[in-house]
Structure formats: structure tokens, C-alpha cells
Design a protein around this ligand. Structure first.
Ligand code: KIV
Ligand code: ZN
Length: 559
């Protein structure tokens, strides 16, 4: 059997009786380090060229990242060259610190410093794997052996830095595969490293705890972080950093819970590109903070540009459902969602300070998205969405009864085409089924005369060959209905009737909508005109025309 769950073992939970992180709330943004140009780049089918790296670096700076891991210069010539280019062409803003990764090996450490020669400030990030599986199966080493690699690396990092005294150095150590490392051993290794670096004597030190592979639920990761922070030596002098990968799809959640558990900094990439399922997505992390009213200290308002640049540099397209960034994430197709959004948006006042719209956790405008994209129509949509599109794009408001009726027309069309119905098609359908005046039925002139007995309507219909109608009733609609009943030998019952004055931006000033019943069948029509009387009379004429035409067709069928 290939699909055999019994070959896996559950992750052993951390025994903890002093768990505090569940009660914490993230109230400020962490320090961020963007690792797109290193971890992200390492994972690409086609690693970035220098121009792509420069473009992505410039974007990261523009968004407000102050720490950027720009590569692994000791392992890759293009990374070395890019590092030199940034320094020699003075492309690193004063408030930005670049970071380079190196294994804990003397020749690689030396080469990394060479790449960084002349830089104002930099983070030298040294790592070695500490997990049980790596110790046992990859390095064939015991705990002390692996710790010695870390300590030797730390010594070398410190020693070589002394030959570049003009640079402000920060040292960073990662016990790689931290999530697969026994916690007491991780603390032991890190303590040995900081014993060399002495952050308590002024050397800035970052301890980065990677979920190189995400192995358990995010609460377990938070337990690991809290346990570690409680026991590591010199905690108050350390910046504790998190570097989560997304193997179980929870990299952002793990990093968030890790911050609640005491970490200060996160590493990740824009849109989550990175090894296997990717690195923690910095955009989701920052926007999650933003949506809670916390300043993310990044400017992500130009989301379209971010997506464009990331896609151009990674040659990976963004999923349309990607949180905050995907094409469809602010779109509602479902009828009940559309209805709720429409109601909330129409109640929203320009002066409202707090965003509180159903189904939209943040205001799409904040990310440069348009409200027009929010409601899109397919066969799942209902009256609310269809009404919103007509209102939004054509200034046509429909009464509720017609919203229900017309939504069925749109739904039928969507079922036939099987896809999305755009705003233009919705309008054409409305035109076809309601607004279009049947041939020979255009209102030409009218004369309404009111006396104590009621209204007399004289109406001339058609262009060339005209039909003159005359009838009486309590109002204009009743008078014209009476005239039409006499002319065509039918009994017209007006079931629903509404008229609206239209706002600016339309050539017509009034819209009338009417539904009549003749011999148990309903016929609806709408009309746009310059005044409400004309639109009302025309709507009635069009509805009766539909009835007369339908009757003619069914009579023909009988003959
Ligand atoms: O995922 C990882 O562990 C890394 C380290 C080198 C920090 O990328
Ligand atoms: Zn990584």
C-alpha cells in the first residue's frame, strides 16, 4: 500500500505547565527580515538574475523593509556579485541592513566577509543543522560534535569581523531544523554560541529559530519558542527571530503564535515563495496586523505592483485566492454575500472611521483595489449582486420585485454560458428583456386631462402608422390601461409599479418599472425617459406589447 499513514509518528507535544502565550495579543509589528533574495531565490526553478534581484531589492526597500537577506555569497557567484554591486554602487539606503547567509565553515565565512567589504552595516548569518535526524543520518555526529561546529563557526564569525572594524556587525545564528531539535539541546548550542559572541557585552546578536520543516501544529511551535525563551542564557540581550516554512500550510500562524510566545523578529518572503511549500508570507503577516488596527510598519498599499514585481522576479504566478493579494480575494459571487456587502456599503458613511463591512475583513481600497471588483456575477449570484452591478455601473436602481425577476434572467444566462457574466452583458440582458420598446409601441405624444371624475388619457403610439388611444381612470396608468384593454380586448391588472428619478450621469431622468397580469400571465417592462409620466406610460405600453405579441405567437401556434 503506497498511501500508508502508519509509517508516520505524531510529534511529541511539549510538556508545559506555565504556558503564557495563549493570553498574549500582538500589539506591535515585529522586526522583519525579507529573505526573498536568499531562501526565496534558492527555491526557484530559475534563480533570479542580477536585474531581477535588483528589482526585488528595490521593491523591498520601497515597502519599508529594514533588514534584507540578499544571498548566500560564499556559495553562489551571482549572489557574491550582487552583494558587491549593492555595496559598490551605493544602493543600500542608510537605514537598511543587508544580511548574508553562510554555513559555519571557515572558508565560507571568510568569503562572506569578502563579499561584504566596505558595507556600512550588515548581519552575518551563520547556521548549522542541529536536528536529531541530521545528526544521526546526515552528519553521523553526536550532540557535542554538532555543537562544536556551531561554536567554531561563531568564533570564526567573530574573529574575521575584527578585521573589518569600519562596519557595524550584527551576528546571527540559526540552529537549522530547530523544530526537529531537542529543546534542551537547542538551548545548549545557542548558549555556547552566545558565550563566544557575548551579546551582554554589547555585540548585537540575533538568534533565529527556524521551522525549517513545519512538523506540528502552530501551538506546538509556540510552546517550543516560549520554552526556549524561558531557558536561553542572556535572553534580554538577544533578538529572537522566527523563520517558518509552510509544509503544513500554517507558516504565518506559527510565526504569529511564536511572536505571542516571546519572539521579536520574523523572517519570510513576499507572497511566501521559498523551499517546498514556501517561506512564511510577510504580506499576510503584515496585513493580518493591519486588519487588527496595528501599524504593520510596511506600506503595502500598492498590492498590484508588489504582485507584478514578485511574479516577474520569481516567474511564479500568484494564486487568485492568495490572502490579500489574489485577484479574487475581495470578490463575492455568492448571492447572500453580495446582498450583505451591498447593504453594508450603502449604510457606510464617508465619515465612518471604523471599517465594518460583512465579508470584507479589510477595505479593498487600502490595497489599491476597486469596489467594482468586489461583486462579480455568475450562476451563484443573486438579486443583490445583479442589482448592485446595474446601480454601480448604469445608475439603474430596480425595485425588489424586479431585482428578483431579473436575477433569474441573469442566472439562466450564467447557467447557459457556465461562467462569469460581466456588467455589460447584464445591462444588455436588462435592455433585451425590459427596456427595449417593441416595434410600433413607442410612446409618441400624450395628453392627460384631469377632472373631478378622474383622468382622461389620449395617447399616440408608433411612428409611421400611429395608434390613437383614449381611456379614463383614476390616474394616468389606469386611464392608459383602460384604453389598451378597449383596443386589444384584454383585461390588464397592474401588479407592481415603481418609478425612480435617476441621478446624474444618465441621459434619461426617470425610470419606470411595471408588472401586469393578463389572463393569469405576467408581463414586465421598464422604460427610461426624460420625465416620470413618459417613462410610466412607456413602461405600460411595453408590458402590454409583450402580452399582445405573446398572445399573437400562441394563436399562430394554435392555427
Ligand atoms: O529554513 C531554514 O532553516 C533556513 C536557515 C538557513 C535559516 O533557511
Ligand atoms: Zn528557510
Amino acid at each position: 500500500m503506497a498511501f500508508e499513514h502508519r509509517k508516520y509518528r505524531p510529534f511529541t507535544p511539549i510538556r508545559k505547565t506555565d504556558r503564557r502565550w495563549p493570553d498574549q495579543v500582538i500589539e506591535k509589528a515585529p522586526q522583519y527580515c525579507a529573505v526573498d533574495l536568499r531562501d526565496g531565490n534558492q527555491a526557484l526553478v530559475k534563480p533570479m538574475n542580477i536585474a531581477q534581484k535588483q528589482r526585488l531589492f528595490d521593491l523591498l526597500v520601497k515597502l519599508g523593509f529594514k533588514q534584507i537577506e540578499i544571498g548566500f555569497p560564499a556559495a553562489s557567484q551571482p549572489d557574491f556579485d550582487f552583494c558587491r554591486k549593492l555595496i559598490e554602487e551605493d544602493r543600500i539606503p542608510e537605514d537598511v541592513t543587508i544580511q548574508v547567509l553562510t554555513q559555519a565553515r571557515p572558508e565560507l565565512i571568510a568569503r562572506s566577509y569578502e563579499a561584504l567589504k566596505g558595507v556600512r552595516q550588515a548581519i552575518v548569518h551563520v547556521y548549522n543543522s542541529t536536528s536529531t535526524v541530521q545528526r544521526d543520518q546526515v552528519f553521523n555526529m553526536d550532540r557535542e560534535g554538532v555543537k562544536a561546529i556551531a561554536v567554531e563557526g561563531a568564533r570564526e564569525v567573530k574573529r574575521v569581523a575584527e578585521s573589518y572594524p569600519d562596519t557595524r556587525w550584527t551576528f546571527q545564528y540559526s540552529p537549522e531544523s530547530f523544530t526537529g531539535t531537542e529543546l534542551d539541546y537547542a538551548v545548549d548550542v545557542v548558549d555556547a554560541v552566545t558565550e563566544v559572541w557575548r551579546p551582554d557585552q554589547g555585540q548585537p546578536v540575533i538568534i533565529n529559530l527556524p521551522a525549517t520543516v513545519e512538523m506540528a501544529t502552530p501551538n506546538v511551535f509556540a510552546d517550543q519558542i516560549e520554552w526556549f525563551c524561558d531557558r536561553v542564557a542572556r535572553r534580554e540581550h538577544l533578538i529572537i527571530s522566527l523563520h517558518t516554512h509552510d509544509d503544513r500550510g500554517c507558516a504565518v500562524a506559527a510565526a504569529e503564535l511564536g511572536l505571542m510566545a516571546g519572539a521579536d523578529r520574523v523572517e519570510g518572503t513576499l507572497l511566501g515563495n521559498g523551499e517546498r511549500t514556501g517561506n512564511m508570507d510577510l504580506i499576510t503577516m503584515a496585513m493580518n496586523l493591519y486588519s487588527q488596527g496595528v501599524d504593520p510598519l510596511l506600506d503595502l498599499s500598492g498590492m498590484a505592483e508588489i504582485v507584478d514585481v514578485v511574479e516577474a522576479c520569481t516567474e511564479i504566478s500568484t494564486h487568485p485566492r492568495h490572502p490579500y493579494a489574489g485577484e479574487l480575494v475581495f470578490t463575492a459571487f455568492s448571492g447572500s454575500h453580495q446582498d450583505a456587502i451591498r447593504k453594508c456599503m450603502s449604510k457606510r458613511k464617508a465619515t465612518d472611521e471604523v471599517w465594518n463591512v460583512a465579508y470584507l475583513p479589510i477595505d479593498p481600497k487600502d490595497l489599491g483595489r476597486r469596489y467594482e471588483e468586489v461583486v462579480r456575477i455568475n450562476s451563484q449570484s443573486g438579486k443583490g449582486g445583479v442589482a448592485l452591478v446595474l446601480e454601480r455601473d448604469y445608475n439603474i436602481s430596480l425595485p425588489r420585485w424586479l431585482q428578483i425577476e431579473f436575477a433569474r434572467v441573469v442566472q439562466k444566462e450564467a447557467e447557459i454560458t457556465g461562467g462569469e457574466i460581466d456588467s455589460h452583458t447584464i445591462h444588455s440582458l436588462f435592455e433585451r428583456d425590459y427596456l427595449q420598446v417593441p416595434k410600433g409601441w413607442r410612446l409618441n405624444t400624450y395628453d392627460l386631462h384631469r377632472t373631478d371624475e378622474g383622468v382622461t388619457a389620449r395617447v399616440s403610439v408608433g411612428n409611421g402608422q400611429r395608434t390613437e388611444l383614449e381611456g379614463q381612470g383614476h390616474g394616468a396608468v389606469e386611464a392608459l390601461a383602460a384604453a389598451l384593454e378597449a383596443q386589444y380586448g384584454i383585461r390588464v391588472a397592474v401588479e407592481a409599479y415603481d418609478e425612480f428619478a435617476l441621478g446624474e450621469g444618465t441621459s434619461a431622468n426617470a425610470l419606470a418599472c411595471i408588472r401586469i397580469q393578463v389572463d393569469g400571465k405576467v408581463y414586465s417592462a421598464a422604460a427610461l425617459a426624460e420625465d416620470t409620466t413618459s417613462s410610466t406610460l412607456q413602461a405600460l405600453l411595453s408590458a402590454v406589447a409583450r402580452c399582445v405579441e405573446a398572445q399573437a405567437v400562441s394563436q399562430k401556434a394554435v392555427v
